[in-house]
Design a protein around this ligand. Sequence first.
Ligand code: ADP
Length: 316
Amino acid sequence: MIQVEALTKRYGATTAVDGLSFIARPGTVTGFLGPNGAGKSTTMRMIVGLERPTSGTATVAGRRYADLDAPLHAVGVMLDARSVHPGRTAFRHLLAHARTHGIGRSRIEEVIAMTGLEPVARRRAGTFSLGMGQRLGIATALLGDPEVLILDEPVNGLDPDGVLWVRGLVRDLARQGRTVLLSSHLMHELALCADRVVIIGRGRLLADATVQEIVDRSERAGTVRVRSSEPEALERALCALGAEVLSVEPGTPRGVLRVRGVSVDEVGVAAGRCGAMVFELATEGGSLEDAYLELTADAVEYRGRATTVGPEAGAR
Ligand code: ADP
């Protein structure tokens, strides 16, 4: 288990992490999300003793990282896959780590096999692709067979096969009862492999819930999308029923309404009554990405403005 309690880190005038509390539990993949500069890396670095908190605590299995007797066996970490000596082979990199904990060669061969590094294990890490470097980072994290794993952007640079492999690996690790804390900016990927998600912005907790709970909170969840020949008449009919008609994003085909507070059946009946031909009618599910963008809207340092392209752009 990883326990973060009222954790705060200030760098001069910058508060990188601001009174953050959450728990990553055994048997669970916890996704850790936030815009750039939200404080994710600083939090992870404090959990593994690379930064000293200004206040608050971060513990692994109930102990501060510095107090762990054999840290590689307690927590496996990949914060930056590039932090490998470029002149060392993958095998010797793993050997150097293994020697600090009396871990034998058979375990090194095991993690090399687990991470698909056999063909390159005797090559210098400096010649590795980003994806191979990620695999070596994950192999290093697994070396001590730890109960807790902290992986920062583990699927960065991996090809689709590799992404699938990481998804299977973290699910397996959780199934074995281990604690996995994982950051990624690939929402779709996180939605597929995380059980819970902790979202932070400007160093503060914005959400800590299951993926489903967070998706259900998104504005889009439970809305009905209808594309018809008479959107104005249909909008009036739906408003008369007490429905809320939401704005439609630029770039959406003409005639589309997004509606909340009515069922698809009610929309279909209303369309029939006002003589509108219906071309599309469906309930919309929210996505983790929608929910994330809504939650972090006020916490983003840089966000491009939405632009409209295509034939409708000039007509506005
Ligand atoms: P994230 O990983 O979510 O992108 P970081 O934890 O890297 O965010 O950064 C959080 C904030 O703390 C940012 O504003 C960053 O500029 C600042 N920060 C991080 N490390 C340092 C440091 N060593 N010195 C000064 N400011 C830092």
